[in-house]
Design a protein around this ligand. Structure first.
Ligand SMILES: C[S@@+](CC[C@H](N)C(=O)[O-])C[C@H]1O[C@@H](n2cnc3c(N)ncnc32)[C@H](O)[C@@H]1O
Length: 210
């Protein structure tokens, strides 16, 4: 599933995000949460990095880190690679369901707006891959849709479901996707932030690797 729901929209993904998704509220908070307490020379993987916005925010703060951005869409990776600062990133075309990294090799893993694109089985596989790649003391940071809590956010989320389809998004409407975190053996879960957007509530979760 391309970044903006349709391949033709990948080129306008960044502008749509900037206009509608209140990135100025949650991206800096996410950057801070990911980098807090990360030692020198750590490894971060931005799984489903899309056009590279979050990876670039991280590397601008901490150019000493190895930041690997992986995405299955060559158009999104090409856009990321053209952005200023991209030369400091390790951008790779790849499938989040079969990450080509050794077990226990990653300090911080990010899944930003990726899980709602995946079916239940896809979500489970990607979360298992995240757990496998993380060190025992590593952390997974997820930003994705929470359950809409009121009629207005429910209507906004319906518009998103029309764009992105219901197979991946329905578990977010019900909130059931949270159950998968424990099911794949990930540890403590904390909801760090909830942000209202025109499409519903975005949740930022912190999950310990074991
Ligand atoms: C809504 S975009 C989010 C992009 C980015 N994480 C951000 O912060 O803006 C979702 C991205 O997930 C990628 N994606 C979806 N399924 C994937 C998979 N199985 N493997 C790799 N990337 C995937 C899509 O190509 C798309 O770029």
């Amino acid at each position: 599933m391309p970044a903006a729901g349709r391949a033709a929209f990948t080129g306008i993904y960044d502008r749509v995000m900037a206009l509608t998704m209140r990135e100025g509220v949650w991206r800096p908070a996410l950057t801070h949460a990911v980098l807090e307490s990360l030692k020198d020379g750590g490894v971060i993987v931005d799984l489903g990095c899309g056009t590279g916005t979050q990876s670039l925010a991280l590397v601008r703060e901490r150019p000493d880190l190895q930041i690997i951005g992986i995405d299955g869409d060559p158009d999104a990776i090409a856009i990321a690679a053209r952005k200023p600062g991209a030369e400091m990133l390790d951008l790779r075309l790849g499938d989040a369901r079969a990450v080509e990294l050794p077990d226990g090799s990653v300090d911080r893993m990010l899944l930003v707006l990726v899980l709602h694109h995946l079916s239940g089985e896809g979500k489970r596989t990607v979360l298992s891959e995240a757990k496998r790649c993380l060190r025992a003391d590593g952390q997974l940071h997820i930003v994705d849709w929470g359950s809409p809590a009121d009629p207005l956010s429910s209507a906004g989320f319906l518009a998103l479901q029309l764009l992105d389809g219901s197979s991946g998004t329905q578990d977010h409407r019900t909130g059931r996707w949270h159950e998968l975190l424990a099911a794949v053996g990930l540890g403590e879960v904390q909801i760090e932030q909830r942000v209202r957007t025109p499409f519903g509530w975005l949740e930022q979760l912190w999950v310990s690797g074991s």
